[in-house]
Design a protein around this ligand. Sequence first.
Ligand code: SF4
Length: 201
Amino acid sequence: MMTITYKVKNGIYVNMTNRCPCSCTFCLRHNGDGVYGSDSLWLEREPTVEEVCESIDKWELSDYDEIVFCGYGEPTERLDDLLKVAAYIKQKSDIKIRINTNGLSDLINGENTAPKLKGLIDTVSVSLNCVDKEEYFKTVRPKFGISSYDKMLEFTENCVKYVPHVVMTVVDKVTSKEEQAEARKICASLGATLRVREFEE
Ligand code: SF4
């Protein structure tokens, strides 16, 4: 069965694509095929906007804190469809909407994408992962090359202008305290907030 939406704690997670321009060394896509007891998040095909909206309609949104575009893939690979779904959610509910992203939306879509998020997305959470571009390139392995790191930071800085909450994340287990301190500085310079997260998320 195809899992389009699933529940994690107080959130409804939306899985719209398995595409991603990266190949992170730690990606869950390389490790088994279900998280949090959900069905496989490998999509047999990408669901249409209508199918995603129908899947969201199955949940009582007032019971949850947020809707998160996440899944086994990079949500901004389908940015325009994602924003159609976000607009649909906004007209029926005031639930908060978050995108978990690798931050490479501008490279994926070939344009400055942060302005499109205005009024539709409440939180953008960008995986910073590493505090220098060489390390990032080795770990995240983006197909766009070494400049991906700077483009990710630029996207994040742009998001601050259009989105109420902009967060960057590093994973606790794989970053030193020094790296976390450096990550905090990078976030402060962009206007974002650092969140040190556990591996599973
Ligand atoms: S950006 Fe996310 S989906 Fe893409 S390879 Fe990295 S961890 Fe996996």
